[in-house]
Design a protein around this ligand. Structure first.
Ligand code: IVH
Length: 693
């Protein structure tokens, strides 16, 4: 029975590693749970068989009232920073000068570095004695940290016992690395927090820190913490000569030689012992290669599942690392090359609301200028009314501002400790600041909208800007400023009015010369015969993007058919659902929208006629929708599709009421069942050929 316990532990640890470290599980979750339950039952019957490395010990430890402190056997130091190429060059030169002075490299030799990601989480030290995890601690002040063993055990990607042959395990091994939370897990965690009425975390790092410092490990166990190893503390290799007295006479010859001599080999070794090590690490020679690694990483940063705040370069040879040693509290052999910070704090001086093209009201934070994410930011989005309420951001607050990659800057949270006295909660406006129409918010919608429609100058300006944009009528030279002036002077009320502008009057607007005025008029003339799809898109109907506009153009062939289409007709079109159909019908039901279309015709805007592809039309097939399923005896799926399309039919991927025929071959599956359920005509290859004749 005891043997079974050992076997279960081994199996569970193995499956855990496959799942959490390799991301490649080989059994189903249910099977894992069965094994775990079996072990729990055996251990319950024989409590003396429970060991520290048992998978049952990951959860369930009781809460503590405070963490005790742990002195680090080897201090946990920090890294020096480089913020630009110059500082990186200076670092490389310092390293080279020392190694050359020691005669370890030649005058021209470049230095090999191990380049790693700099994870934005929390440093921890994991101590293994005889291969078993005995302690986890935080960095603390570098010399003394906090004992968070029970919490660390709950992190599934951290092995409770080293992998591989125990004969090769070090007597003592301290592994250092970063605990972090993936971006996606963080968002889910925050949602769950809010649902429970608890506070959301400002960022993944804070969430990871808060989770690791929980006094109740059962809470930590529910947090999606992960771990990456990047270094080590104390290591004692297994003793070869068992006679030696460890505390006095031992020399390195008495120990098994460590299986590594460089940073990169060390990380490989840690990986074989069961630790997650980041796969982006690379050995690189010389500063140019480091710069390339930095640039490349900066580009990929936004797509990574976790946050990094830079890259770290470490002299690869451990013998060189030893020679270089430490200055103050940082190693001389390593440096962090930091990315511009994505978050900064600043003062919120005001909140304005912006009115979008469809009337959407977006609250915008006006900020004391702050340098963040590589640029100076003065405005940041507050998203919507609920977000402001949730974050309780108030004018006068010190706020955390975030700008990640090219994403628009946002206000993350106020720093409550710095809140001035006598601030008041922000009250969302009830009327549009531009046209004074009522602001309305539909049930179930996060977005509030100005009800002014084209009465609202803000919506008018933006709908005109949209109409002339590149994917719509594509009129060059009509910028935001000019449109603003044209609307403010009441000269232009709709996109149709643009086509009545002449060079002379255009030239009278500020910053417009005769040349640019004539360019605008020429561009407008050139835009008078757009493809129908572009004209439909230019109208700015809610929910009608480029693809839907194209589908509508192809289906109706001209504007007048589209204008009179009913919702029932509209939903028959692929990709048009009830919401889009309602929005289109609603748009054309508005008199002022129909007026604009009439005016467009009046000023000479005439969409190009739709040229349908010449097809060998076959009346039984034209306009009919086919779905292919299973394997046909002679035709491949692509061949069958091409033939149907050639005859004027359409092939779609899923069976619905709109499907006319399902062509079924051997081993047809759920699509065939669905077709039978809906009573749709079934064809085999022969019947299809017959139809296509
Ligand atoms: S090495 C003596 N490597 O950055 C060298 N640190 O600013 C110790 N960090 O406290 C650190 N990724 O929390 C190292 N690949 C990496 C790292 C890394 C993130 C963190 C770590 C450390 C801090 C130093």
């Amino acid at each position: 029975m005891k043997q079974r316990v050992e076997e279960l532990k081994k199996q569970l640890n193995y499956h855990n590693h496959r799942y959490y470290v390799l991301d490649d599980p080989v059994i189903a979750d249910g099977q894992y749970d069965l094994l775990l339950r079996e072990l729990q039952q055996l251990e319950a019957a024989h409590p003396d068989w429970v060991t520290a490395d048992s998978p049952t010990q990951r959860v369930g430890a009781s809460p503590v009232s405070a963490f005790s402190s742990v002195a680090h056997a080897v201090p946990m130091l920090s890294l020096g920073n480089a913020f630009d190429q110059e500082e990186l060059l200076a670092f490389d030169k310092r390293v080279a000068d020392v190694l050359r002075a020691e005669g370890l490299i030649t005058a021209t030799q470049s230095i090999a570095y191990n380049a790693e990601y700099k994870f934005d989480g929390l440093a921890v030290n994991l101590r293994y004695e005889q291969g078993v995890l005995v302690r986890g601690s935080t960095r603390g002040d570098g010399y003394t940290g906090e004992d968070i063993t029970s919490n660390v055990r709950t992190i599934k990607s951290i092995p409770l016992r080293l992998h591989g042959d125990s004969a090769h395990w070090p007597e003592i091994l301290e592994v250092r690395g970063e605990v972090l939370i993936h971006q996606a897990d963080f968002l889910a965690l925050n949602q769950a927090q809010l649902k429970r009425g608890e506070k959301a975390f400002a960022n993944p790092r804070n969430a990871a820190a808060g989770s690791l410092r929980q006094l109740d490990p059962r809470i930590t166990a529910q947090r999606p913490l992960r771990f990456f190893a990047y270094g080590w503390g104390e290591i004692q290799m297994p003793v070869l000569n068992k006679q030696v007295d460890l505390f006095s006479a031992a020399t390195s010859a008495d120990f098994k030689a460590p299986p590594y001599s460089s940073q990169s080999e060390m990380l490989d070794w840690l990986q074989t012992l069961g630790f997650p090590v980041d796969s982006h690490r690379k050995v690189l020679n010389g500063v140019t290669a480091l710069m390339n690694f930095y640039e490349q990483t900066a580009q990929q940063r936004a797509e990574l599942p976790y946050e990094i705040d830079g890259v770290v370069y470490k002299v690869n040879h451990l013998a060189f690392q030893d020679v270089l040693g430490f200055v103050a509290r940082a190693p001389r052999f390593a440096i962090a090359h930091k990315f511009p910070a994505q978050e900064a704090t600043t003062t919120l001086v005001g909140i304005d609301v912006q009115v979008g093209r469809t009337g959407a009201i977006t609250p915008v934070a006006r900020l004391e200028p702050v340098f963040v994410g590589g640029v100076t930011v003065t405005n940041a989005t507050l998203h919507n009314e609920d977000e402001i309420r949730r974050k309780d951001v108030r004018i006068g607050d010190t706020v955390i501002v975030r700008r990640a990659g090219d994403v628009i800057p946002e206000v993350v949270a106020p720093v409550l400790d710095l809140r001035p006295e006598q601030t008041t909660q922000y009250v969302f406006p009830t009327h549009c600041p531009v046209c004074d129409s009522a602001i309305e918010r539909l049930e179930d919608e996060a977005i509030a909208r100005c009800t002014g429609g084209l009465v609202c100058a803000a919506q008018r300006k933006q709908s005109i800007e949209h109409a002339v944009s590149r994917k719509a009528l594509d009129v060059d030279g009509l910028g935001t400023k000019l449109i603003e002036q044209l609307v403010d002077s009441d000269r232009v009320k709709s996109v149709a009015d643009l086509f009545t502008l002449n060079e002379l009057e255009l030239a009278s607007y500020p910053r417009m010369g005769a040349k640019s005025a004539s360019n605008v008029v020429n561009a407008l003339n050139a835009a008078k015969n757009p493809p129908l799809a572009r004209l439909i898109y230019a109208l700015g109907i809610r929910h009608v993007g480029e693809a839907t506009a194209k589908a509508l153009a192809e289906h109706f062939g001209d504007m007048s058919h589209l204008m009179t289409a009913t919702e029932e007709e509209l939903v028959l079109i692929d990709d048009v659902g009830p919401i889009v159909a309602a929005s289109i019908a609603h748009f054309f039901a508005e008199e002022h929208n129909r007026d604009v279309l009439n005016q467009l015709t009046h000023v000479g805007v005439q969409p190009q006629r739709i040229e349908r592809q010449p097809i060998a039309a076959n009346s039984a097939v034209v306009g009919k929708t086919f779905v292919l399923t299973g394997t046909l005896p002679t035709l491949t799926r692509d061949e069958a599709k091409a033939r149907i399309e050639q005859a004027g039919g359409k092939v779609t991927g899923s069976v619905s009421k709109k499907t006319d025929y399902v062509v079924a071959g051997a081993e047809a599956g759920s699509k065939l069942l669905k077709a039978q359920e809906l009573g749709i005509a079934l064809l085999d290859e022969e019947a299809l050929n017959h139809l296509l004749l």
